[in-house]
Design a protein around this ligand. Sequence first.
Ligand SMILES: [Cu+2]
Length: 275
Amino acid sequence: MGWSYSAFFHHLRPLSPTSIVEAIAEFYKNLSRIVPLNWKGTISGTVKWSGPVPRRLAVSINKDPQICDPKSKKTADLERLILGPEGGVANTIVYLNNISAGKPLLLPEQRRHLDQKQCHYIPHILLVPQNAALSMQSSDATLHTVHMDGAATFNLPFPFVNRVTTRTMSTPGLVHLRCNGGHVWMNAEMMVVPHPYYAVTDESGRFELTAVPPGTYQIVAWHEGWVLTGKEKAYDVLTERTVQRPIFNEPKSWEKPVTVNASQPSVVNFLISTK
Ligand SMILES: [Cu+2]
């Protein structure tokens, strides 16, 4: 069922005889909005980088090298800005800003399953429907502790390999994930979203939004901060020592209008840079 049902039933609450008639009229008026019709509207495009390419951020792997650094690279990439060969920007969240009806709130499963593997979060960008569960596990035989803050606050230790922990994400918004097990380079960002018109760009910067009802919308490209702005003190729950964890600049977003109709797909390309 469509996710505007609750908005519709809200209209039904005052039940005087005239309002029943009005509610029935309203029902038929809204029928096209609340029944998940086979909407043909799609928006696709790319997010590409322009200008000088910033240096990739890395920090030295100073804990559990046998697990966190099996290839002896000595440093861990912080994965805050990932550019493909043709300047495509991966890990950008592209979404519609002002949409109030449409398909059911379903999104690809893989972005609500977090693995902690060789002391990295996989995937780096999580996208979870509001009131859906995030499932988390660790593939590493060391103690990771997922520390979340933002629209959700949890502190979840993972002392056992492959044991799944789930938490329901009830509030839409951004959640930062960091490891309180002393692996200061581990970082991921999660967006908890109230509607289904969100996508994450792939390695070539591509995205696609499908089954969009006809209309004009604001489309937004959102990217986490990729500049190191300092360090913060964090606690290593295992060694009980204070460690220094990198902090980043604020996320940035870019916005454009887009018109969607059923007869032809809409294309939106973003060119982003340090601004
Ligand atoms: Cu960890």
